[in-house]
Ligand binder design. Structure first.
Ligand code: PLP
Length: 385
């Protein structure tokens, strides 16, 4: 079945619930055992095949995990309290003291912090590879256990060659963990391109309404025991309402993504023609590093991209950003609303213009004409004073 049909049919069983279309929400902690034998049996359970305690999951958890695993073409999924905790589980399950972790330099900032402030302290070696040249062979060490990709990076949008990176990593005995939050399972299945473990922040397009924080890990069955163990020990389960809202958001994701894609490309084309803009960092545009890989491996583009502007004085930029009517300034993305965020690109191995202005744009579901009018007025303010 096609994704549109999958998201509307998966995870439902009205006959079990008095004909009600949606499955129930389970607000739970304790789960009661009817007999001593059942209690003793539960001690052998992994908390997945039978219900033990709500931190290990409720029927709603299993339901959502099954929906995402199916959409992502994976055997299993684990849903977590946030995208960040999905990343923590995936990394800690596969790394020990003395191991080396090789990460793309365009990685999500909170992952960079996790590495510098926590993983290094645990004796894990970290280094970064350039997502433009992607010469990971030159960066592998004898103790490299995990190569971590984020394709495209969610600030600077370099698209990475996951099939090639996976081939090199696997030959070396390392696994590949992919953050696929930008593309979602609809526009690229990282597991099918060679990644061993995929993570998604459900906070973004999966839930789609800027009203929750949640994450998910998808993986083939050989990683089940190790990932489940670390997940259980870290205790990073999502709340019942988050699960419900994320499942509800997922039902409309294909429809929303079509519009995010269309508006994103329209805005990027309009911006490209502006004299203030020097570069479009959007995977569907030839100016974006890895554009050819995007064409080969992805089936669409979502609504998040960046633009590079000529240098402008801080007051001029503030005059533009402080007075936008529709583009909100804030972290996160993937909701129904448009956003605009100035940022400084990472600087460990990639070279960037330190005077240029980098703006990340999330194309929301407002009418594109209104968004363009807001941008045009914003540029007018940038050029005034
Ligand atoms: C937001 C984000 C995360 C972290 O997800 P949270 O749900 O906010 O913890 C990870 N990776 C990418 C690319 C993100 O945009």
């Amino acid at each position: 079945m096609q994704p549109e049909t999958l998201v509307t049919t998966l995870g439902r069983d009205p006959e079990q619930h008095h004909g009600v279309v949606n499955p129930p929400v389970y607000h739970a902690s304790t789960i009661l055992f009817p007999t001593l034998a059942a209690l003793e049996q539960s001690e052998k359970s992994d908390g997945v095949s039978s219900l033990v305690y709500a931190r290990s999951g409720t029927p709603a958890t299993r339901n959502f995990e099954q929906m995402i695993a199916t959409l992502d073409g994976a055997d299993h999924a684990i849903v977590t309290a946030s995208g960040q905790s999905a990343i923590v589980v995936a990394l800690l399950a596969n790394l020990s003291a003395g191991d080396h972790l090789l990460i793309t330099d365009n990685v999500y900032g909170s992952v960079r912090k996790l590495c510098a402030e926590e993983l290094v302290r645990l004796g894990i070696e970290i280094s970064y590879f350039d997502p433009v040249t992607q010469d990971i062979a030159a960066c592998l060490r004898p103790n490299t256990k995990v190569v971590y990709v984020e394709s495209p990076g969610s600030l600077t949008f370099e698209v990475q060659d996951i099939p090639l990176i996976a081939k090199v990593a696997h030959t070396h005995g390392a696994i590949v963990i992919a953050d696929n939050t930008w593309a979602t399972p609809l526009f690229m299945r990282a597991g099918e391109k060679g990644a061993d473990i995929t993570i998604h922040s459900c906070t973004k397009y999966i839930s789609g309404h800027s009203d929750l924080v949640m994450g998910v890990i998808t993986y083939p069955k050989q990683y089940h025991d190790v990932l489940r163990q670390t997940f259980r020990n870290l205790g990073v389960c999502p709340g019942a309402d988050e699960l419900y809202l994320a499942a509800r958001g997922l039902r409309t994701m294909p429809t929303r993504l079509k519009q995010h894609q269309e508006t994103g490309i329209l805005l990027a084309n309009w911006l490209k023609a502006r004299p203030e803009v020097t570069k479009i960092l959007h995977p569907a545009f030839a100016s974006c590093p890895g554009h050819d890989i995007w064409k080969r491996d992805f089936t669409g583009a979502t609504g998040l991209f960046s633009v590079v502007l000529k240098p402008y004085a801080k007051e001029k930029l503030a005059n533009m950003l402080d007075n936008m009517q529709l583009f909100g300034m804030g972290f996160s993305w993937g909701g129904y609303e448009s956003l605009m965020l100035p940022f400084k690109p990472p600087r460990s191995v990639t070279r960037w213009d330190k005077d240029a202005i980098y703006l990340r744009i999330h194309a929301g579901l407002e009418h594109p004409d209104d968004l363009i009018a807001d941008l045009a007025a914003g540029f007018e303010r940038l050029n005034s004073l």
